[in-house]
Write a protein that binds this ligand. Structure first.
Ligand code: SF4
Length: 314
């Protein structure tokens, strides 16, 4: 019988899914993903997580509940650092304990630590640690990973896009799980595109360029998410080829309470680019999101027509 591993469709799934899915499949494991975020997943997540947690962490719990009874293993790595010299939000590090303490009757959890703060030299060991649940053959595990990594790189390249002039463009920024979980953000991407506006996300920009700009930031950037978002803001302000910025955040995010503020102030101080913050929580209604996106897009279009006479600050 084929062994099954469950991957919750939440948090860093949205960044790494081509790598993770392909790695496990290359090892002959059947990957089961939780369903797309829906009302039930949301409700279960809220019910089974401590109140203080942010919305994406609550959703992660809901996604675990959605698949836990269908799989032999559950992939919940303990992620400390994904880039040398940088940490990510501490909630990722405590995720395995949160899940174990909040949800009963779990399958075997794979909670391998991912910590590349000192260097990426430990990558090989990390991979073996995960792969050994399914194979004793070190070489097969390495090959499975190398192939999966190639697929991941190809995917990253495929979503990058040139910023074509002559179209109105909105940068939608935020943590990938807030941007790419369409049911969490109530299809914000479609709502923007339906208004005939081109949409860009940080993932679509060249990451080397983002890092190049982030190096000039006057404060120290210890968080990977902060570097990516602040570097993106600096890049678009310098290149002046974006007509508006929508920052999608979620209620209870400690990181965003700092990063969003820096990004917003930087854009307002150094450019004329309109900026809007959308903060989502479990009570956010779709009508409110529609109205705010429509008003923002209309304002961008009107600004053009009346020669930039409308304030970028609302
Ligand atoms: S960065 Fe914010 S939204 Fe993401 S896990 Fe941490 S607190 Fe939650």
């Amino acid at each position: 019988m084929t062994v099954k591993i469950g991957i919750p469709r939440a948090l860093l799934f949205y960044e790494y899914y081509p790598l993770w899915i392909s790695f496990f499949e290359n090892l002959g494991v059947k990957v089961i993903l939780s369903g797309k975020t829906n009302k039930n997943i949301f409700t279960e997540g809220i019910k089974n997580t401590v109140d203080e947690a942010c919305i994406p962490v609550k959703l992660f719990h809901g996604h675990v509940i959605d698949i836990k009874d269908q799989v032999d293993y559950l992939f919940v790595p303990r992620i400390k650092s994904i880039e040398k010299g940088e940490y990510i939000c501490p909630k990722f590090c405590g995720l395995p304990e949160m899940i174990k303490n909040s949800i009963k009757d779990l399958p075997t959890m794979i909670t391998t630590e991912i910590d590349f703060f000192q260097s990426k030299k430990g990558l090989r060991n990390t991979i073996y640690h995960i792969g050994k649940y399914f194979s004793n053959d070190h070489k097969a595990i390495q090959i499975a990973f190398d192939q999966a990594y190639l697929r991941y790189k190809k995917h990253k390249k495929s979503i990058q896009k040139e910023l074509i002039e002559n179209t109105k463009k909105v940068m939608v920024m935020g943590h990938p799980y807030n941007l790419y979980d369409e049911n969490l953000n109530m299809n914000a991407f479609e709502k923007i595109k339906n208004r005939r506006i081109d949409l860009v996300t940080p993932e679509m920009l060249d990451s080397d360029m983002i890092n190049f700009y982030a190096k000039d930031f006057e404060g120290a950037l210890y968080w990977t998410f902060a570097r990516k978002l602040i570097g993106t803001a600096m890049l678009i302000v310098d290149q002046q080829n974006i007509d508006g910025v929508i920052y999608i955040s979620t209620f209870g995010c400690g990181v965003d309470s700092v990063v969003e503020d820096i990004v917003e102030k930087y854009i307002r101080k150094n450019s004329n680019i309109p900026f809007m913050l959308l903060t989502l929580d479990e009570h956010t209604g779709e009508a409110g999101i529609n109205t705010r996106i429509e008003a923002f897009v209309d304002m961008i279009k009107w600004r053009d027509r009346i020669e930039n006479n409308i304030s970028a600050h609302g």
